[in-house]
Design a protein around this ligand. Structure first.
Ligand code: NDP
Length: 453
């Protein structure tokens, strides 16, 4: 599988692709190891997960540098990502027993009724390149500790990271086959989902990829979880702390060089604070350091692939052609690497590309609204519903508005983020199902009712 450093456009050493026989061998091994893995004492699985956290921390620099080379993630963010993966392993090592405890139900007095949580078998994860370590660990940690085994089809531009993840689990002492990476293209995925040994599938990625995977899973009657894109609203109300909102808004848009499903993408700003917000926001965007992702002080690195950078540029151009105003940025940077600058667009017609589509890069769409009601209406005027952020000094108001935003999560006076302790996922075209916390852990478990009389 070919790969390229998006900061330099240099080819990296290719990673060998798995053929049909390799995939069959991986499926057979997953199937073979599952019974003994799922029957191991929970205590042992928890310990192995805690050991995986140690392996991650011991190798933090190596893994961070690999991500930076393969997909251009700024190195400080790459290190934090490794640390967050260690955290999710530790979280489930600590809480698995509580999360997996039986639920006892009210039933007739002479009977006992409970739900026990039992694993299903090998689960396939189709994962994207943007958080190439985190997206996988947030799937792997809860599933492995609960007794499922994992199969990973990673994005084609990060095969090195895919191999490293398999090694982390082996080095931690997990049995061979408990977690395997299939180095294959997306054309191999339909067959893997159809295979009777695979018991469920989760995908994080684009809407078309989600639809393709869900279609096969539906046909095969297998559970699926989809975490797709988003066009999250960042609502700044008239009583917001504008300076903080602008500062956090810039982070929320440009984190991971703008390539995050839960990045703030549509800034919906009350007329009373609009000018103040836009001035501060543009100033902060222009102050970001764009450049070599291996440098410590880089805020925004390259986009992960040339086609992705071109997509962002096209979306900005389309929106400007529709009559919007460019406040800053707007042109790919000259020289090697796929760099797109922090960009701010205002006066956007409500049917222009940046209003309707997900922009997966550091380009912000800013809208002016006259009232709270209009802000909520615009926030919900999207086919997506992943996250959202509401800014106000009145916390009751913030909560009230948050409840009316159609999305999987809303943060008041904070940017949208994922956290092992809280559920994560979307509604509408952002997908279904949840990851993380107790909720995410139970997506691929048999919630079995047992009645004893
Ligand atoms: P994709 O959705 O194409 O890739 C994500 C994963 O899905 C990859 O492993 C990919 O494999 C796989 N995949 C793609 N098509 C299929 C299919 N038909 N069946 C099974 N698996 C499939 O994302 P891109 O890399 O092309 O990025 C395009 C856009 O997707 C972004 O601009 C962004 O809008 C969105 N995206 C959203 C993410 C999120 O976090 N929600 C993450 C990444 C992208 P392969 O790489 O081999 O094609």
């Amino acid at each position: 599988m070919d790969r390229e450093n998006p900061a330099t456009e240099e080819s990296l050493e290719p990673v060998e692709t798995d053929d049909a026989d390799d995939v069959e061998a991986a499926l057979a091994l997953a199937d073979e190891v599952y019974p003994s893995w799922s029957e191991r004492r929970l205590e042992e699985r928890r310990q192995l997960l805690a050991d995986a956290a140690d392996v991650l921390r011991e190798n933090e620099e190596e893994y961070a540098q690999l991500m930076t080379r393969e997909m251009g993630k700024p190195i400080t963010g790459a290190r934090s990502e490794v640390e967050k993966c260690a955290w999710v392993c530790e979280h489930y090592a600590e809480y698995a027993e509580t999360y997996l405890a039986d639920d006892v139900h009210q039933s007739s007095p002479e009977a006992k009724a409970l739900t026990s949580y039992e694993p299903l078998g090998p689960i396939l994860a189709v994962m994207p390149w943007n958080y190439p370590l985190w997206q996988v660990f947030r799937f792997a940690a809860p599933n492995l500790v609960a007794g499922n085994v994992g199969l990973l089809k990673h994005a084609s531009n990060v095969p090195g990271t895919a191999e490293i993840i398999e090694e982390v689990f082996l080095e931690a002492g997990f049995p061979e086959g408990a977690f395997q990476s299939l180095i294959v293209g997306s054309d191999a995925i339909e067959g893997v989902i159809e295979d009777e040994r695979v018991r469920g599938v989760t995908l994080t990625g684009s809407e078309p990829a989600g639809r393709a995977v869900a279609e096969t899973a539906g046909r095969e009657l297998k559970p699926s979880v989809l975490e797709l894109g988003g066009s999250d609203p960042f609502v700044v109300l008239d009583d917001a702390d504008v300076e903080t909102a602008a500062e956090v808004g810039v982070q929320a848009r440009t984190l991971n060089s703008g390539q995050s499903c839960i990045a703030a993408k549509r800034f919906i700003v009350h007329d009373a604070v609009y000018d103040e917000f836009v001035d501060a926001f543009v100033e902060e965007m222009e102050a970001l350091t764009v450049g070599d992702p291996s440098e410590e002080d880089t805020d925004v690195g390259p986009q992960a692939r040339e086609d992705l950078m071109k997509d962002v540029h096209e979306q900005v151009q389309d929106t400007l052609d529709a009559g919007a105003t460019l406040e800053t940025g707007g042109e790919p940077l000259d020289g090697e690497g796929y760099y797109y600058p922090p960009t701010v667009v205002t006066d956007i017609p409500r049917d222009a590309t940046m209003a309707t589509d997900e922009v997966f890069g550091p380009a912000a769409a800013v809208f002016r609204v006259e009232s709270e009601e209009e802000a909520i209406g615009l926030a919900n005027d999207s086919s997506y519903g992943l996250g959202g952020s509401v800014w106000t000094e009145d916390l009751d108001r913030g909560e009230r508005v948050a409840r009316r935003v159609e999305s999987g999560c809303v943060f008041v006076n904070e940017l949208t983020k994922s956290d092992p302790r809280i559920p994560f996922g979307g509604v509408k075209n952002s997908g279904y199902g949840r990851e993380l916390s107790e909720h995410g852990m139970k997506e691929f478990l048999n919630e079995k009712t047992i009645w004893v009389q």
